[in-house]
Design a protein around this ligand. Structure first.
Ligand code: TXA
Ligand code: MG
Length: 316
Protein backbone atom coordinates (compact mmCIF):
# COMPACT_ATOMS: atom_id res chain seq x y z
CA UNK A 1 0.00 0.00 0.00
CA UNK A 2 1.22 3.48 -0.86
CA UNK A 3 0.29 6.90 0.52
CA UNK A 4 0.78 9.95 -1.69
CA UNK A 5 -0.80 12.85 -3.54
CA UNK A 6 -0.72 11.36 -7.05
CA UNK A 7 -4.12 12.08 -8.61
CA UNK A 8 -3.20 10.37 -11.88
CA UNK A 9 -2.32 7.14 -10.10
CA UNK A 10 -5.55 7.32 -8.07
CA UNK A 11 -7.56 7.84 -11.28
CA UNK A 12 -5.81 4.95 -13.01
CA UNK A 13 -6.45 2.53 -10.13
CA UNK A 14 -10.11 3.60 -9.84
CA UNK A 15 -10.60 3.14 -13.59
CA UNK A 16 -9.29 -0.41 -13.26
CA UNK A 17 -11.88 -1.20 -10.57
CA UNK A 18 -9.49 -0.85 -7.63
CA UNK A 19 -10.28 0.85 -4.33
CA UNK A 20 -8.55 4.09 -3.31
CA UNK A 21 -8.97 6.01 -0.04
CA UNK A 22 -9.63 9.68 -0.78
CA UNK A 23 -9.60 12.81 1.38
CA UNK A 24 -12.74 14.89 1.77
CA UNK A 25 -13.36 17.89 4.00
CA UNK A 26 -15.47 15.69 6.34
CA UNK A 27 -13.69 12.33 6.70
CA UNK A 28 -11.62 10.10 4.39
CA UNK A 29 -13.69 7.97 2.00
CA UNK A 30 -13.03 4.49 0.62
CA UNK A 31 -13.76 5.04 -3.06
CA UNK A 32 -14.67 2.84 -6.03
CA UNK A 33 -16.08 3.48 -9.51
CA UNK A 34 -19.78 4.04 -8.77
CA UNK A 35 -20.78 2.58 -12.14
CA UNK A 36 -18.85 -0.66 -11.60
CA UNK A 37 -20.84 -3.10 -9.44
CA UNK A 38 -17.87 -5.43 -8.91
CA UNK A 39 -15.66 -2.58 -7.73
CA UNK A 40 -18.41 -1.38 -5.37
CA UNK A 41 -18.81 -4.89 -3.93
CA UNK A 42 -15.13 -4.75 -2.92
CA UNK A 43 -15.95 -1.78 -0.66
CA UNK A 44 -18.40 -3.90 1.36
CA UNK A 45 -15.88 -6.76 1.61
CA UNK A 46 -12.93 -4.60 2.63
CA UNK A 47 -14.90 -2.66 5.27
CA UNK A 48 -16.81 -5.70 6.53
CA UNK A 49 -19.90 -3.59 5.86
CA UNK A 50 -23.32 -5.24 5.70
CA UNK A 51 -24.58 -5.15 2.12
CA UNK A 52 -27.84 -3.61 3.25
CA UNK A 53 -26.06 -0.37 4.18
CA UNK A 54 -26.05 1.95 1.11
CA UNK A 55 -23.17 4.17 -0.04
CA UNK A 56 -22.86 7.88 -0.87
CA UNK A 57 -21.94 8.74 -4.47
CA UNK A 58 -19.48 11.62 -4.94
CA UNK A 59 -19.04 13.77 -8.00
CA UNK A 60 -18.00 17.31 -8.96
CA UNK A 61 -20.87 18.87 -10.95
CA UNK A 62 -24.66 19.19 -11.20
CA UNK A 63 -24.36 18.19 -14.85
CA UNK A 64 -22.80 14.85 -13.99
CA UNK A 65 -25.47 14.26 -11.33
CA UNK A 66 -28.18 14.66 -13.97
CA UNK A 67 -26.76 11.62 -15.76
CA UNK A 68 -27.50 9.24 -12.89
CA UNK A 69 -30.64 10.59 -11.15
CA UNK A 70 -34.24 10.72 -12.39
CA UNK A 71 -34.92 14.14 -10.95
CA UNK A 72 -33.46 16.79 -8.64
CA UNK A 73 -36.35 18.45 -6.80
CA UNK A 74 -36.10 22.27 -6.74
CA UNK A 75 -35.95 22.65 -2.98
CA UNK A 76 -33.08 20.14 -2.70
CA UNK A 77 -31.32 21.89 -5.59
CA UNK A 78 -31.61 25.16 -3.72
CA UNK A 79 -30.01 23.65 -0.63
CA UNK A 80 -27.31 21.95 -2.72
CA UNK A 81 -26.48 25.17 -4.59
CA UNK A 82 -26.01 26.92 -1.26
CA UNK A 83 -23.73 24.33 0.39
CA UNK A 84 -21.89 22.49 -2.42
CA UNK A 85 -19.06 21.83 -2.73
CA UNK A 86 -19.38 20.99 0.96
CA UNK A 87 -20.45 18.71 3.80
CA UNK A 88 -23.99 18.03 2.57
CA UNK A 89 -25.54 14.87 1.09
CA UNK A 90 -28.95 14.74 -0.62
CA UNK A 91 -31.08 11.71 -1.44
CA UNK A 92 -32.31 11.68 -5.05
CA UNK A 93 -34.28 9.10 -7.07
CA UNK A 94 -31.65 7.06 -8.89
CA UNK A 95 -31.61 6.14 -12.57
CA UNK A 96 -30.47 2.75 -13.93
CA UNK A 97 -26.91 4.06 -14.21
CA UNK A 98 -26.54 3.46 -10.48
CA UNK A 99 -26.47 -0.25 -9.69
CA UNK A 100 -28.56 -1.61 -6.82
CA UNK A 101 -25.42 -2.60 -4.91
CA UNK A 102 -24.65 1.10 -4.42
CA UNK A 103 -28.02 1.88 -2.85
CA UNK A 104 -28.55 -1.54 -1.23
CA UNK A 105 -31.66 -1.93 -3.34
CA UNK A 106 -33.23 1.42 -2.34
CA UNK A 107 -34.63 3.59 -5.12
CA UNK A 108 -32.87 6.76 -3.91
CA UNK A 109 -29.15 7.42 -4.15
CA UNK A 110 -27.22 9.59 -1.70
CA UNK A 111 -25.21 12.25 -3.60
CA UNK A 112 -22.52 14.70 -2.51
CA UNK A 113 -20.10 17.18 -4.08
CA UNK A 114 -17.26 17.33 -1.54
CA UNK A 115 -15.04 20.38 -1.22
CA UNK A 116 -11.53 18.95 -0.82
CA UNK A 117 -9.39 20.43 -3.66
CA UNK A 118 -7.43 17.24 -4.37
CA UNK A 119 -10.55 15.10 -4.56
CA UNK A 120 -12.43 17.68 -6.64
CA UNK A 121 -9.56 17.58 -9.12
CA UNK A 122 -9.65 13.79 -9.14
CA UNK A 123 -13.44 13.76 -9.63
CA UNK A 124 -13.27 16.24 -12.48
CA UNK A 125 -10.82 13.96 -14.31
CA UNK A 126 -13.16 10.93 -14.08
CA UNK A 127 -16.10 10.03 -16.30
CA UNK A 128 -17.75 8.11 -13.46
CA UNK A 129 -18.81 9.11 -9.93
CA UNK A 130 -17.16 7.61 -6.84
CA UNK A 131 -19.13 5.51 -4.39
CA UNK A 132 -17.45 6.05 -1.03
CA UNK A 133 -18.33 5.32 2.58
CA UNK A 134 -16.00 6.49 5.34
CA UNK A 135 -12.61 4.73 5.07
CA UNK A 136 -12.80 2.75 8.31
CA UNK A 137 -13.74 -0.82 9.19
CA UNK A 138 -17.49 -1.07 9.63
CA UNK A 139 -18.61 0.23 13.03
CA UNK A 140 -15.28 1.73 14.11
CA UNK A 141 -13.91 5.26 14.39
CA UNK A 142 -14.00 7.35 11.20
CA UNK A 143 -10.66 8.48 9.71
CA UNK A 144 -9.72 12.15 9.53
CA UNK A 145 -6.11 11.62 8.37
CA UNK A 146 -4.46 9.35 5.79
CA UNK A 147 -2.74 7.61 8.71
CA UNK A 148 -6.08 6.72 10.34
CA UNK A 149 -7.24 5.19 7.06
CA UNK A 150 -3.94 3.33 6.69
CA UNK A 151 -4.14 1.88 10.21
CA UNK A 152 -7.52 0.26 9.56
CA UNK A 153 -7.39 -0.55 5.83
CA UNK A 154 -3.72 -0.25 4.82
CA UNK A 155 -3.18 -3.94 4.15
CA UNK A 156 -6.38 -4.23 2.10
CA UNK A 157 -6.14 -1.38 -0.44
CA UNK A 158 -3.43 -0.29 -2.82
CA UNK A 159 -3.47 3.49 -2.53
CA UNK A 160 -4.39 6.29 -0.13
CA UNK A 161 -4.58 9.78 -1.59
CA UNK A 162 -3.19 11.98 1.17
CA UNK A 163 -4.94 15.33 1.51
CA UNK A 164 -3.87 16.09 5.08
CA UNK A 165 -6.15 16.46 8.07
CA UNK A 166 -9.87 16.84 7.25
CA UNK A 167 -11.00 20.42 7.84
CA UNK A 168 -14.53 19.59 9.04
CA UNK A 169 -13.90 16.30 10.79
CA UNK A 170 -17.37 14.74 10.99
CA UNK A 171 -19.57 13.26 8.28
CA UNK A 172 -21.87 15.27 6.03
CA UNK A 173 -25.39 16.36 6.93
CA UNK A 174 -27.84 14.11 5.03
CA UNK A 175 -31.17 15.51 3.83
CA UNK A 176 -34.10 14.09 1.88
CA UNK A 177 -37.67 14.95 0.94
CA UNK A 178 -40.52 13.16 2.69
CA UNK A 179 -43.84 12.18 1.13
CA UNK A 180 -45.28 15.64 1.85
CA UNK A 181 -42.33 17.25 0.05
CA UNK A 182 -40.89 18.55 3.29
CA UNK A 183 -37.15 18.50 3.83
CA UNK A 184 -35.95 16.09 6.53
CA UNK A 185 -32.56 15.56 8.13
CA UNK A 186 -31.35 11.94 8.24
CA UNK A 187 -27.97 12.61 9.82
CA UNK A 188 -26.70 15.70 11.61
CA UNK A 189 -23.46 17.33 10.44
CA UNK A 190 -21.85 20.76 10.53
CA UNK A 191 -24.53 22.15 8.22
CA UNK A 192 -27.16 22.62 10.90
CA UNK A 193 -30.95 22.62 10.84
CA UNK A 194 -30.78 26.42 11.22
CA UNK A 195 -28.48 26.66 8.18
CA UNK A 196 -31.00 24.69 6.13
CA UNK A 197 -33.92 26.70 7.52
CA UNK A 198 -32.11 29.77 6.17
CA UNK A 199 -32.62 28.38 2.66
CA UNK A 200 -36.06 26.75 2.89
CA UNK A 201 -37.80 28.94 5.46
CA UNK A 202 -38.59 26.27 8.07
CA UNK A 203 -36.65 24.02 10.44
CA UNK A 204 -36.40 20.56 8.86
CA UNK A 205 -37.65 17.62 10.93
CA UNK A 206 -35.17 14.99 12.10
CA UNK A 207 -36.10 11.71 10.50
CA UNK A 208 -35.83 8.80 12.92
CA UNK A 209 -34.92 5.96 10.61
CA UNK A 210 -35.08 2.28 11.29
CA UNK A 211 -31.96 0.24 10.72
CA UNK A 212 -33.04 -1.12 7.33
CA UNK A 213 -33.61 2.29 5.82
CA UNK A 214 -30.36 3.91 6.87
CA UNK A 215 -28.21 1.44 8.72
CA UNK A 216 -25.23 3.76 9.06
CA UNK A 217 -27.43 5.46 11.55
CA UNK A 218 -27.41 2.24 13.55
CA UNK A 219 -26.98 2.65 17.23
CA UNK A 220 -23.47 1.27 17.60
CA UNK A 221 -21.11 3.10 15.29
CA UNK A 222 -17.93 5.17 15.37
CA UNK A 223 -16.88 2.95 18.29
CA UNK A 224 -13.41 2.73 19.79
CA UNK A 225 -12.12 -0.69 20.89
CA UNK A 226 -11.98 0.34 24.55
CA UNK A 227 -15.28 0.79 26.39
CA UNK A 228 -16.42 4.35 25.68
CA UNK A 229 -18.64 5.78 28.41
CA UNK A 230 -20.61 8.99 28.09
CA UNK A 231 -21.94 11.01 31.01
CA UNK A 232 -21.29 13.88 33.41
CA UNK A 233 -17.54 14.07 33.91
CA UNK A 234 -17.56 14.54 37.69
CA UNK A 235 -19.84 11.54 38.15
CA UNK A 236 -17.82 9.40 35.73
CA UNK A 237 -14.56 10.23 37.50
CA UNK A 238 -16.18 9.17 40.78
CA UNK A 239 -17.71 5.96 39.39
CA UNK A 240 -14.49 4.85 37.70
CA UNK A 241 -12.01 6.06 40.30
CA UNK A 242 -10.45 2.58 40.48
CA UNK A 243 -9.80 2.34 36.77
CA UNK A 244 -7.22 3.96 34.52
CA UNK A 245 -9.32 6.39 32.52
CA UNK A 246 -8.69 8.35 29.32
CA UNK A 247 -10.73 11.55 29.29
CA UNK A 248 -12.41 13.21 26.33
CA UNK A 249 -13.32 16.70 27.47
CA UNK A 250 -15.09 19.52 25.67
CA UNK A 251 -13.22 22.57 26.95
CA UNK A 252 -11.80 22.24 30.46
CA UNK A 253 -9.00 20.15 31.88
CA UNK A 254 -10.22 17.63 34.48
CA UNK A 255 -8.02 16.59 37.38
CA UNK A 256 -7.89 13.16 39.02
CA UNK A 257 -5.07 10.75 39.90
CA UNK A 258 -6.42 7.95 37.73
CA UNK A 259 -6.49 10.03 34.52
CA UNK A 260 -3.83 8.65 32.21
CA UNK A 261 -4.59 10.66 29.11
CA UNK A 262 -6.85 13.57 28.34
CA UNK A 263 -7.85 15.45 25.21
CA UNK A 264 -9.70 18.74 25.21
CA UNK A 265 -11.73 19.15 22.02
CA UNK A 266 -11.72 22.96 22.08
CA UNK A 267 -10.35 25.12 24.86
CA UNK A 268 -12.25 28.04 23.39
CA UNK A 269 -15.46 26.01 23.50
CA UNK A 270 -15.78 26.30 19.72
CA UNK A 271 -18.00 23.56 18.26
CA UNK A 272 -16.40 23.70 14.79
CA UNK A 273 -13.01 23.09 16.33
CA UNK A 274 -14.44 20.31 18.52
CA UNK A 275 -15.92 18.57 15.45
CA UNK A 276 -12.61 18.82 13.63
CA UNK A 277 -10.73 17.21 16.53
CA UNK A 278 -13.32 14.62 17.56
CA UNK A 279 -12.32 11.46 15.68
CA UNK A 280 -8.57 12.07 15.98
CA UNK A 281 -9.07 12.39 19.75
CA UNK A 282 -11.00 9.11 19.84
CA UNK A 283 -8.27 7.35 17.83
CA UNK A 284 -5.59 8.70 20.16
CA UNK A 285 -7.35 7.86 23.41
CA UNK A 286 -8.16 4.39 22.08
CA UNK A 287 -4.40 3.85 21.57
CA UNK A 288 -3.55 4.94 25.14
CA UNK A 289 -3.04 2.42 27.94
CA UNK A 290 -6.21 3.40 29.78
CA UNK A 291 -8.81 0.72 30.66
CA UNK A 292 -11.72 2.83 29.48
CA UNK A 293 -12.50 6.14 27.79
CA UNK A 294 -14.89 8.50 29.56
CA UNK A 295 -16.43 11.44 27.76
CA UNK A 296 -18.82 14.29 28.31
CA UNK A 297 -21.32 15.66 25.82
CA UNK A 298 -20.92 19.06 24.18
CA UNK A 299 -23.64 21.76 24.28
CA UNK A 300 -26.65 20.31 22.46
CA UNK A 301 -27.34 22.92 19.77
CA UNK A 302 -26.13 23.67 16.24
CA UNK A 303 -23.07 21.59 15.39
CA UNK A 304 -23.23 20.20 18.93
CA UNK A 305 -26.15 17.99 17.82
CA UNK A 306 -23.90 16.28 15.28
CA UNK A 307 -21.04 15.83 17.76
CA UNK A 308 -23.34 14.43 20.47
CA UNK A 309 -24.87 12.07 17.91
CA UNK A 310 -21.40 10.60 17.16
CA UNK A 311 -20.55 10.42 20.88
CA UNK A 312 -23.78 8.56 21.67
CA UNK A 313 -23.29 6.02 18.91
CA UNK A 314 -19.67 5.46 20.00
CA UNK A 315 -20.69 4.83 23.59
CA UNK A 316 -21.54 1.48 25.15
O1 TXA B 1 -19.14 13.02 4.89
C1 TXA B 1 -19.55 11.94 4.46
O2 TXA B 1 -20.75 11.76 4.20
C2 TXA B 1 -18.54 10.80 4.26
C3 TXA B 1 -17.56 11.22 3.16
C4 TXA B 1 -16.62 10.12 2.77
O3 TXA B 1 -18.29 11.68 2.06
N1 TXA B 1 -19.18 9.57 3.93
C5 TXA B 1 -19.88 8.84 4.83
O4 TXA B 1 -20.33 7.61 4.35
O5 TXA B 1 -20.09 9.20 5.97
P1 TXA B 1 -20.86 6.46 5.30
O6 TXA B 1 -21.10 5.31 4.40
O7 TXA B 1 -19.91 6.25 6.40
O8 TXA B 1 -22.23 7.00 5.81
C6 TXA B 1 -23.27 7.19 4.86
C7 TXA B 1 -24.60 7.16 5.53
C8 TXA B 1 -24.95 5.79 6.08
O9 TXA B 1 -25.62 6.02 7.30
C9 TXA B 1 -25.91 5.22 5.05
O10 TXA B 1 -26.79 4.27 5.61
C10 TXA B 1 -26.60 6.47 4.58
O11 TXA B 1 -25.59 7.45 4.55
N2 TXA B 1 -27.10 6.32 3.22
C11 TXA B 1 -26.37 6.16 2.08
N3 TXA B 1 -27.16 6.01 1.01
C12 TXA B 1 -28.43 6.07 1.46
C13 TXA B 1 -29.71 5.95 0.83
N4 TXA B 1 -29.81 5.73 -0.47
N5 TXA B 1 -30.81 6.07 1.61
C14 TXA B 1 -30.69 6.28 2.96
N6 TXA B 1 -29.52 6.40 3.61
C15 TXA B 1 -28.40 6.28 2.87
MG1 MG C 1 -19.18 5.73 8.23
Amino acid sequence: MKIGADINLAAELLSKGELVAIPTETVYGLAANGYDADAVLKIYRVKGRPQFNPLIVHTDSFEKISSFVMEFPDVLQKIAHKFWPGPLTVLLPKSKAIHDVVTAGLDHVAVRIPSHPLTLKLLSSLNFPLAAPSANLSGSISPTTAQHASKQLGNKISYILDGGKCAVGIESTIVSLNKNNKVEILRYGVITEQDIAGVIGYIPQKKYTNSIESPGLMKSHYAPIKPFILGKMNELLQTYKNKKVAVLSFKISHKSENICGQIILSEKGNLNEAAKNLFAAMHQLDASDADIIISEQVPNYGIGLAINDRLQRASV
